[in-house]
Each structure stands twice: as C-alpha cells, then as structure tokens.
Ligand binder design. Structure first.
Ligand code: HAM
Length: 422
C-alpha cells in the first residue's frame, strides 16, 4: 500500500516545473520593475497573529486553519495568507525606518483546510504584494496596475476587475447598523451560516453565494451609498486613476472580501473559465491592521493571487508556454572502458557553463542514444576507443544527425561555437 499525498495537496512534477519557473520569473521581473523587494516569512506563525489579523469570526479563522501546539503547548498555525505575517515582520524589524512607504512582495505556499475542488487546494501558492506606509489612492491604483501587468505579460486575457469600497471604521459602524436593521426581519430566511454572520460579521452576508440569501439581500442598503466623505473621495480617486490608464473595471457594491482587515478599496480579479473558483486574485486597503497588530497607525494596501489558478487559466486560455531549455550536451560512451574519460569530459563541459549529462546505468551505445533523444539533448559526444586513440571524440548534432570527429583539445571551443550558432 502506497501512502498518498494528503487531501487537497499535490506534487509539482518535473514535467510541470518549467511552467512554475516561468510564472515565478515573470512575477519577479514585473515586481522588480515596480520597485518591490522580496520578503520571506516563516511558513508558520503564532495562531494569535491570524486570529487578530484576519478576524476572529472569518471563515479562515473559524474553519480553515491548520493549527497545532508546539512541544511547549504554544499554539502555532500554518500561514493561511501572507498579509498578517508581512505586517508582523514589518513591525518586528522596524521597517518604517527603511522608508516612509515600503513595497514588499512574497511568493510561496499558504495553507487552508477548505473542501478541495478544482482550483481550490489545502496547500496552494500565492504571490502577494504589500505597500505599507501610504494612504495615497495612487498606491491602490498602482497595486491593481502591477498585478494586471503580471497577468498581461503571462498572456492572460478575459479578466474582469471587480472593485468596491468597504468604508472605514467611521462610516462602517453606521452602515452595519443600517444593514442589520434591514436584515432583522429577513433573518429567518437566511442560511444557517448567515444567521451566525448576522451577529458576528453582518457584512459577510452580502457576499453569500446561496440563492436564498442573495434574494433576501437584493434590496439591502449598500455601503457605497453610506461612505464618509474621506472614503468617498478616496474611492473616486482610485477609479479615476484607473480610468486614466484605460483600465476597464466593474463596480461590485456587494464585494466584501473574506478577511476582516479591509478598509476603503477592496477588489478581486476574476478569470473566465475557472469555474466556481474563478478569483484569480484579490486585495485591498487595510489601514488599521498595523495598529491592530501593535504598531502606530499606518495605512497600507496589497494584493495576492493564487499561482495554481494562474497556471490553470493559462492552460485553459491555451496561451503558449515558452519552449523549455534543452540539455546542451549528452556524453555517451561506446563501452564501459571509456567511462572515466567520458566522466572527465562531462565535468569539463559543465565547468564551461554548458549543461551536460550522461547515463551511468551501463547500457549499450544504442540505449544511451535513445536517452539522449528522449531528453532532447542538442548534441551528443560519443567517446569510443578508436577515436580516443587519435585523441578525438565524435560530435553528433541530434537534430540534423550530422556527426564529425573533433580533437579533444579543441572540443570546448567547438562546442561553444556550435551552441552559440543555434
Ligand atoms: P484571498 O482572497 O484570501 O486574499 O486570497 C488571494 C488569492 O489566493 C485568491 O484570489 C485565490 O486566487 C488564491 N487562493 C485562496 N485560497 C485558495 C485555495 N484554497 N486554493 C487555491 N488558491 C487559493 C488574501 O490572501 C489576502 N492576503 C490578499 C491581500 C494581500 N490583501 C491585501 N494584501
């Protein structure tokens, strides 16, 4: 009996890894262009960070965290998202001293114990960006432009940008009262989860996907119509920055994201064809989180996207992946007696910076050539006694099948010119 991979997790196999390298490379290239610096935080944190950061009554905290005690009984949690850890690191390392507004990015696995389905995993990878220390609406717009640039470079099309404002501490209090008043006599018709949300987190009722709830919130007051002056002008500034850049977006007045830290701008990017799990990324402003985690009031805005969903979308949209880099040189030996010379040559070739490999299983020349073909080597060097007696080896172009004898002393120069001319 084989032990299987845990539910909701997956191996990324060698045949798929080039897709990951490519996507990660594009992400780093674009984020570098926008001035982001990478931060790597631990895969687990003290549980309290997420409870305080994401919000006690959110689905993530109540149902989805992988939480366990360490040997001394302290509660740890595998990170379900990257924003709270980045803010923790920002505070712990006094990053406000580096610059007034800091731009950070991260790339790596997150863990949520959700019901697995297409595009939804228990271990998934995110790339995320966080701009900490500015309240400017230009930063919100720039975050959206940054991620759109990543998607564009990857060739992703049919993306829909949904945007909303969820207000701030000031305007939300009044709005929640209005919302609760509206929902009061409809409570009996809401799903069991929304009945709980009514008391703990009424904003989330707006986001419920169940038909009965959707129907009952149709006429609910909208937060967008209840924003304070500051939130309203911030939102119109963000929209006008996007308009100026000719970015098409849709206002979704019912968009409230699943994490409690959002203030003002909230947005999501949806990709057609991804099915139920169509959010390829989401983010927003979180002006109170730094303070809630023990720092001085510090405005911030950010975004994160699921890399698995990006790869699924690229495949679905039939965007061509770049051609995988091939092995430059395969070294084959006519018989085992030539093994040491072949091994020496192999290492010499690698030392020049070319990629090279050989087979150690002791198979015939024919089987070695089969391997060279299978791994799509560009050239094969055949080390045989007859040629070695003349201090030569055979160099075979695997595409044209042409081959010639080359002096071992000239081999590296010969290989470099062959590879350069390809
Ligand atoms: P989030 O919406 O929870 O936001 O996650 C961001 C993205 O991660 C989603 O849009 C989706 O693409 C991907 N994702 C989430 N859960 C899963 C899953 N179970 N399987 C596969 N992909 C998933 C955040 O995490 C916030 N920290 C974003 C943020 C950064 N807000 C401000 N700064």
């Amino acid at each position: 009996m084989f032990i299987k991979v845990p539910k909701g997790t997956q191996d990324i196999l060698p045949e798929d890894i080039s897709k990951w390298y490519y996507v990660e490379g594009v992400i780093k290239e674009i984020l570098n262009k926008y001035g982001y610096k990478e931060i790597r935080t631990p895969f687990f944190e003290y549980t309290d960070l997420f409870v305080r950061g994401i919000g006690e009554s959110t689905d993530i905290v109540t149902k989805e965290m992988f939480t366990f005690p360490d040997r001394k009984g302290r509660s740890l949690t595998l990170r379900p998202e990257g924003t709270a850890p980045v803010v923790r690191a920002y505070l712990e390392n006094s990053m406000e001293r580096i610059s007034k507004a800091i731009k950070l990015f991260y790339l790596g696995p997150m863990f949520r114990c959700e019901k697995p389905q297409a595009g939804r995993f228990r271990q998934f990878n995110q790339f995320g960006i966080e701009v900490i220390g500015t309240k400017s609406s230009a930063a919100d717009a720039e975050v959206i432009l940054t991620v759109l640039d990543v998607y564009k470079k990857l060739g992703l099309k049919s993306l829909e940008i949904l945007i909303n404002s969820v207000g701030c501490k000031k305007c939300r209090v009044d709005y929640i009262q209005k919302l609760k008043k509206y929902l009061k006599d409809k409570k009996g018709f809401l799903c069991s989860e929304c009945k709980e949300r009514y008391d703990k987190n009424p904003l989330r009722v707006l986001d419920c996907k169940k038909d009965s709830c959707k129907k009952n919130i149709e006429q609910a007051p909208l937060i967008i119509e209840n924003l304070c002056q500051e939130c309203e002008s911030h939102f119109s500034e963000v929209k006008s920055y996007l308009d100026n850049q000719k970015i098409v977006f849709h206002e979704d007045p019912r968009l409230v994201r699943g994490l409690d830290y959002y203030t003002k701008t909230a947005f999501e990017i949806i990709s057609g064809g991804l099915g139920a799990q169509n959010a390829i990324g989401g983010g927003g402003r979180y002006d109170d989180l730094v303070e809630e985690l023990g720092g001085k009031p510090t405005p911030a805005v950010g975004f994160a996207a699921g890399i698995e969903r990006m790869i699924i979308a690229i495949d679905q949209q039939k965007v061509e992946w770049p051609v995988e880099k091939r092995l430059d040189i395969f070294v084959a030996k006519v018989n085992e007696k030539n093994k040491d010379t072949a091994f020496r040559l192999l290492q010499k070739i690698r030392n020049t910076g070319l990629s090279a490999d050989m087979d150690y299983s002791g198979g015939s020349l024919k089987s070695q050539m089969r391997i060279a073909n299978k791994i799509r080597a560009r050239y094969t060097i055949i080390v045989g006694e007859e040629e070695l007696s003349k201090n030569m080896v055979i160099l075979r172009n695997m595409q044209t099948k042409e081959q010639k004898e080359v002096q071992i002393d000239n081999l590296i120069d010969e290989l470099s010119s062959c590879i350069d001319s390809m």
